[in-house]
Design a protein around this ligand. Structure first.
Ligand code: BGC
Length: 451
């Protein structure tokens, strides 16, 4: 009986390995599709890659000033006081983190912006910020926004866990400044509205001028890169335009990638079905949920946690990427589920599920990075520093190594030309840098020329 169970368990896991395989042929196909979608997006044609011009190029490293940076990501709001020293160095003078109450994500939009303004007030009180000095604010808003200028835009649609009414189609900078007024913080001027990837790239290239790609691998996933103006057909501009502009790819929405039954089930039950297909296979918000769906199936088939009540795993999103990371380091992930006894065999199987799910995520992320690098430099003639932030990349055990191995498999020696540059807090610091660029540069043609 025991032997049959072990054989069934192994059969299940090897089928799972096949379901989650993302091998060389698929990677090559993905890169081809990715390039075609980039091309369409840049030309303003329908594409799953939005390719949004950020109305700003990379900083020079000489930008200076003091800025308040607000970073609204997927789960936290960060309030930062950033000093740019002008020599490629930035200092965080004060930093506060506020957890976004999950109920707010689906509430009325105004309440989200009131929460942000209240958090700014709390942070000011904590650090006794002098409100009489002029305060320039850089707002990192980590959602797909069609930028209209460096400090304004329109939310195209929510992603991650957000569904709040009354924000899609509107300008997050206007909504924020109305909330600041309501809370008696009208002294604050919004100098920049930016995506977290753009902030990460700005922070990376402020410190290392060879950095031209910014990536987020956290609750959500996305990337941006510095593009030649002449290649951005969707912007009305003279054909001879020189210089560069940062493009927010919004790669989380890439849709030319094979999904398995778990991906389809997750998508169908998600708050934004059919949107953000790649993000749902890669980012930290979803890897736990994919693994939970696999566990539910194994428990139902009597292959895992025998005797456990499947209802324990019935709550969507109950398993998080953090718990998977704990298990990957040998810790007990099961406490929140109230499972009495976890046998060594159960722990091994659970870890194998987590490995399979997270390694596909890392390989997809590496393939997407390779696609962007090859778009910019098809022969890999130059070195490329890629600024990366986000909890999956920073904290998930083995994630970086799996990304690196995938690049080596794909590019051989050429992989050494792609350097990962961890950019902790990059999105907040980078937003401040973007605000400084906005203050100093009047037009994108002021941006430096791409090599
Ligand atoms: C959003 C992106 C963002 C990414 C990482 C995605 O859900 O669409 O704009 O950059 O998450 O935070």
């Amino acid at each position: 009986m025991q032997k049959i169970l072990i054989a069934d368990n192994e059969r299940f896991l090897s089928r799972l390995t096949e379901d989650f395989r993302f091998g060389p042929a698929e990677i090559a196909a993905m890169i081809g599709h990715f390039h075609r979608e980039m091309e369409r997006g840049l030309a303003g044609e329908p594409s799953s890659l939005k390719m949004i011009p950020a109305f700003v190029g990379r900083p020079t490293g000489a930008e200076r000033g003091r800025f308040l940076a607000l970073d609204l990501g997927g789960t936290n709001l960060r309030v930062l006081d950033v000093a740019l020293e002008g020599n490629g160095k930035a200092r965080i003078e004060a930093a506060d983190r506020f957890v976004i109450p999950p109920a707010l994500m689906g509430a009325d939009g105004e309440r989200i912006f009131d929460f942000i303004a209240d958090s700014v007030k709390a942070s000011f009180a904590r650090h006794q910020t002098d409100r009489r000095r002029s305060l320039k604010l850089a707002f990192t808003f980590s959602f797909p926004v069609e930028q209209l200028s460096i400090a304004s835009g329109k939310l195209i649609h929510w992603t991650k866990g957000f569904t709040a009414a009354g924000v899609e189609g509107r300008d997050p900078a206007v909504l924020l400044s109305e909330a600041l007024e309501r809370k008696d913080l009208g002294c604050i001027e919004i100098a920049a509205l930016t995506n977290d990837t753009v902030g990460t790239l700005a922070a990376g290239s402020y410190a290392d001028p060879s950095c031209a790609i910014g990536v987020i691998l956290g609750t959500g996933t996305n990337a941006c890169y510095a593009e030649r103006m002449a290649r951005i057909g969707r912007l009305a501009q003279p054909a001879s335009s020189a210089g560069e502009m940062i493009i927010n790819i919004e790669w989380g929405n890439f849709d030319k990638v094979r999904r398995n039954a778990y991906d389809l089930a997750l998508d169908a039950a998600s708050s934004h079905p059919e949107k953000q297909r790649l993000e749902k296979m890669v980012s930290g918000m979803y890897t736990g949920e994919i693994a939970r769906l696999v566990i539910v199936e194994m428990v139902r088939q009597g292959l895992l946690f025998r005797g456990a009540d499947p209802a324990w795993f019935a709550t969507s999103y109950a398993l998080t990427a953090e718990q998977m990371a704990i298990a990957a380091q040998g810790g007990d992930f099961s406490a929140p589920f109230g499972i009495g006894e976890v046998t060594a065999a159960d722990q091994t199987s659970a870890c194998e599920i987590f490995r399979i799910v997270s390694m596909r995520s890392a390989r997809l992320a590496a393939a997407a990075i390779a696609a962007v690098v090859l778009w910019m430099d098809k022969d890999l003639a130059h070195r490329h520093a890629v600024a990366i932030d986000g909890s999956l990349f920073q904290k998930y055990p083995g994630f970086k190594n799996a990304m690196r191995s995938c690049l080596v498999e794909l590019l051989g020696d050429g992989a050494a030309r792609i350097a990962f540059m961890p950019a902790q807090d990059g999105s907040g610091i980078g937003a401040a840098i973007i605000a400084a660029v906005a203050a100093s540069a009047s037009a994108p043609s002021d941006c430096r020329t791409i090599k």
